[in-house]
Ligand binder design. Sequence first.
Ligand code: SF4
Ligand code: SF3
Length: 548
Amino acid sequence: MFCYQCQETAQGKGCTKMGVCGKTSDVAHLQDLMIYTLKGISILGLKADEIGLKMPNLDRFLIEGLFMTITNANFDKDRFIEKIKEALKLREELKGNLREKGVSLDDLHDAATWNINSDDDIELKANSPLVGVLATENEDVRSLRELITYGVKGMAAYAEHAMNLGYEDEEISKFIRKALAATLDNSLTADELVALTLETGKYGVDTMALLDKANTSAYGNPEITEVNIGVRNNPAILISGHDLKDLEELLEQTKGTGVDVYTHGEMLPAHYYPAFKKYDNFVGNYGNAWWKQREEFEKFNGPILFTTNCIVPPSASYSDRVYTTGSSGYPGFKHIPDRVNGQSKDFSQIIEHAKKLPGPIEIETGKIVGGFAHAQVFALADKVVEAVKTGAIKKFFVMAGCDGRMKSRDYYTEFASKLPKDTVILTAGCAKYKYNKLSLGDIGGIPRVLDAGQCNDSYSLAVIALKLKEIFELNDINELPIAYNIAWYEQKAVIVLLALLHLGVKNIHLGPTLPAFLSPNVAKVLVETFGIGTISNVEDDMKMFLGA
Ligand code: SF4
Ligand code: SF3
């Protein structure tokens, strides 16, 4: 296997025997084959797009398939084998439709033609040197192809959530096909791939905007909210991941059952939406970011529901009470099937399971505050602008992104706690858990940590920045007193980064390390064009950011 798609990749180079994340070599190969096959389908999909031929299910299939390969989303070998078989079936149907329309299918790439006689052929093919990251020999081309692929994976994740709420954009789906097909096109130059990378960022913005519209139309605009981090005595379900539609259905089905619902990790921001406040059994947030799940799930006592990444291989003490749904999966976990014909998912099994188990053990008490997405910040705009004008706020620090298990990420806790008192942190994603429980105080009633929401709500931070640029009548977003010190882990952070670059944001610092998939030359382009940098130590970085 060879995988270097996340920040925790082995030795900062690539996982070759087993993923640091726990992904086994056979699953890694199957994920590569999944992506390879989706790329083949995309080549055909582009031909269909050219003649305006529509294929029902194609968009959803591509989006789900991509999402399943995101770091920590799905470790279930059998589900990948099934999905690849479905992919081959869909691909052949698509070919049939194209042939009917007289489209020539000569000289297709192997990704669009390989096939199987039996299930064993899938694993054989998955191990072929033609499939996977190292199939591209030139390291710069490989780097750009992977950068685009990872960006598209992140985009697909956000597109799926939007789709679950009934929001789709054909242009985004077409771009996904174009981008995936392009990563197999040997005629493209490095410059063309760089251009495509930046275009990926444009569609990243569009996808996050679409998801923002989907979430806020369905559940209202996030508002300032105090979230309880303590517990009650009732049996309870812990829901993790990013999918708000799953949460809504779970809350509806647990209503009046005596079973409480708590959020974990990236589901915390759900509490900020007005629509979820009507559920008396929606108690609070339990625990921290994804990587602490082993100890926290152990103590939670009740069943846990994963709606997306990030899953950590479980310990035996709780594995029988973990459920997955949607694109997430893990061998041995119970999987709650998808919606059929627009009906809700059926969460009765997990609810019945919860009833038999004791309530959670309290691991902390108190409250955390969040809900500072664009509409809420706009409502406070006068106050914020005044604070900037009087110098009460000297600088904003965007510290969005991901958390992770590496010790080096303690940097972010230290950085947040040492920031001068006249600075405000803007955050989104699970990166916030590094400092959202510190007492950093407020500036004239404005908390010093403003949490916009999930990683996709980094879009909100960009909207806020653009609004401030307008209010202060600046020509360039980079003239604002905003510094970017972003932590990344998986591929959603890649699309967030590309989206920020598309919006013209410069001098983003990305840590705790730069992606292993950036070759020296590709990294150089990003440094020279966008001033991308990484982090060193808190003291030096503080001086650098504050210009002292
Ligand atoms: Fe390694 Fe990350 Fe890939 Fe897992 S997702 S195999 S940790 S690079
Ligand atoms: Fe977190 Fe996985 Fe990236 Fe959505 S849940 S930000 S790491």
